[in-house]
Design a protein around this ligand. Structure first.
Ligand code: GLN
Length: 380
């Protein structure tokens, strides 16, 4: 394996889902719904396939989807973007992340991450040859340590990556935090890569896009996807929104990573994004009920449960159960209890920072969530 990828193992999500199958455990680990996406979107995909939308798509997205992404972005943020020059459709947000890193980062460039971070950030930054620095968000509220950020960010910083709502903590960046980050980025001429794939799963506060803050659009790449919002994580449709001078870099990388994204799924994605507001409201109501079942259950089981404002994840401290670290706890939970969670130490540059924390997901039907809680009540 190439040196730049040597330290990365099979992703923790894959490892845990394989163990779930092997031990017949209930999978509250990897974040994928165990229910299906909406009928009207699936119908649109069938229609696109039958309608002959089956050859290579335009590299940066079929016009219908670029237009639908622009319309939704305008509705969400008030920003008017040119669908032809400022939007690039990719194969999932994970490809958008890779294309952003590879298209805009030079070897040796310094990039800041907030830990815990989604694993692909570090791996794709490593592929790009970036020098990674991280700032740790700590429980109970995982708020941004402003003084530490001020001491780390400098004119040598090329980019900072934010993720709101945040995987794995469920934290949402507040307007105050985003404003401080924004002014530091303007002062030091830093780019912002913002992963907002959980923007429609914002329960306790309104989602704020970094691009909508004054002076920020011109230095921000906004990354999003269809998977979480429409419970279609296997479709792998994502996109990057950025001003033309930054889009150029993203598109150069995208052209040679995947060239184009699945054509019929892009047409169906455009239909999805034109869903009425009621779709998004219903999604949120459903998820709030699921969240309540899991959060109340985990508290009753005896975990220290940290507040989650958005995403379909919740972070807990497992130390009341006396196991030595997050990995040992998750192994015990799978083998002795029959439930899968995600150990979080892999999401830090310093694994020690995550040793008390594990992540559960509530993107499962209510019965599954209840059975997982029951197993933990009986066996932990
Ligand atoms: N984003 C999902 C999660 O955090 C999983 C993605 C993956 O399996 N790579 O659980």
């Amino acid at each position: 394996v190439a040196k730049r990828l040597e330290k990365f193992k099979t992703t923790i999500f894959t490892q845990m889902s394989m163990l779930a199958i092997k031990h017949g455990a209930i999978n509250l680990g990897q974040g994928f719904p165990n229910f299906d996406g909406p009928e009207f979107v699936k119908e649109a995909a069938i229609h696109a396939v039958k309608d002959g939308k089956n050859q290579y798509a335009r590299g940066y997205g079929v016009p219908d989807l670029n237009a639908a992404v622009a319309a939704r972005f305008e509705k969400d943020t008030g920003l008017v973007v040119d669908p032809e020059k400022e939007i690039t459709v990719t194969s999932g947000c994970t490809e958008a992340i890779a294309a952003t890193m590879l298209g805009l980062i030079n070897p040796g460039d310094e990039v800041l991450l907030f830990a815990p971070f989604y694993d692909s950030y570090e791996a794709t930054l490593s592929m790009a040859g970036a020098k990674i620095k991280s700032i740790t968000l700590r429980p109970p509220d995982f708020s941004v340590p402003i003084d530490e950020l001020k001491s780390v960010i400098s004119k040598n910083t090329r980019a900072i990556l934010i993720n709101t709502p945040h995987n794995p903590t469920g934290k949402m960046f507040t307007r105050e935090e985003l404003s401080v980050i924004a002014s530091l980025c303007i002062e030091n001429d830093v780019l912002v890569f913002t992963d907002e794939v959980y923007d429609k799963l914002a329960f306790e506060m309104d989602h704020i896009s970094m691009a909508s803050l004054p002076g920020m659009y011109e230095r921000t790449i906004t990354l999003n996807s269809l998977g979480k919002t429409f419970s279609l994580t296997g479709w792998k449709i994502g996109w990057a929104i950025a001003p033309p001078h930054l889009t150029w870099g993203v598109r150069q990388a995208h052209s040679f990573l995947t060239f184009a994204t699945s054509t019929p799924m892009q047409y169906a994605a455009a239909t999805a994004l034109r869903a009425p507001d009621s779709y998004y409201e219903e999604l949120k109501t459903d998820y709030m009920a699921k969240k309540a079942i899991l959060v109340d259950g985990l508290k009753a089981v005896g975990f220290i449960v940290y507040p989650s404002s958005g995403t379909y994840f919740v972070m807990v401290d497992h130390t009341p159960f006396g196991l030595e670290n997050d990995v040992a706890f998750c192994e015990y939970l799978i083998k002795e209890v029959g439930v899968v969670a995600i150990p979080t130490s892999v999401f830090y540059l310093n694994p020690e920072d995550g040793k008390n924390l594990v992540r559960f997901t509530f993107c499962k039907d209510e019965e599954t969530l209840r059975s997982a809680v029951d197993r933990m009540k009986e066996r932990l």
